[in-house]
Ligand binder design. Structure first.
Ligand code: ZN
Length: 203
């Protein structure tokens, strides 16, 4: 198993208001990545396939209070946000945006209670709810903030169609394409090599 969990180093524009406040934005982005990566497309295993699995996942990370229940509707919205975030990660990797997934994301996010507060040092977005709405509002706030400070452009979904793992592109010029060069990158190179050989053989 190759290492898909690279460390995040955000170096967005210095002194930007969006990074001047609140909890560490890189930690929030790592949380967002971990949520998106609960769906292992390659292994065919979705950790959050059922509402009770989502409930247990959130509870284990203390992201919801114990008494909160996760019903089918809440589960559906959470999955729409998760796959919408992956679609945005694919767009960051130069792939066409999935309009349906964007619509589903924004419908799931509509009505989420987020409070905007400000002082001379900057602004912050805070979920004004607990439970699933609070969790999803927090994700949308993290997304908005990282889009504002530029760090979002490093968040990409792996280009390999069977992978789609969300990763942080650490390359200087943001040219990273695969979740890891040792894993998907080398697989894609090998595939291209075999294709060239086939072409050469048939020529
Ligand atoms: Zn990959």
């Amino acid at each position: 198993m190759y290492d898909r969990h690279m460390e995040l180093h955000i170096d967005g524009p210095p002194g930007h208001a969006a990074t001047g406040r609140g909890p560490d934005s890189s930690a929030a982005l790592e949380g967002l990545r971990d949520f998106v990566n609960t769906n292992d497309l390659e292994g065919g295993e979705d950790e959050l396939e059922l509402p009770e699995q989502l409930h247990a996942w959130l509870l284990a990370r203390q992201l919801i209070p114990e008494h909160v229940e996760v019903d089918a509707n809440a589960h559906r919205r959470a999955i729409a946000v998760r796959e919408g975030l992956r679609a945005l990660g694919r767009a960051n990797n130069g792939e066409p945006i999935d309009v349906d997934q964007m619509d589903a994301l924004n419908q799931a996010a509509a009505g989420l209670p987020v409070v905007v507060s400000a002082d001379p040092d900057g602004w912050r977005l805070t979920p004004a709810a607990t439970g699933i709405d609070g969790f999803l509002a927090g994700l949308m706030g993290t997304l908005a903030r990282s889009m504002a400070d530029g760090s979002w452009s490093r968040v990409k979904a792996c280009r390999r169609d069977t992978c789609r793992w969300l990763f942080f592109d650490q390359s200087r010029n943001r040219s990273g394409t695969w979740c890891s060069m040792a894993g998907c990158g080398s697989r894609m190179k090998a595939r291209a090599y075999r294709a060239r050989q086939r072409e050469a053989a048939s020529a």
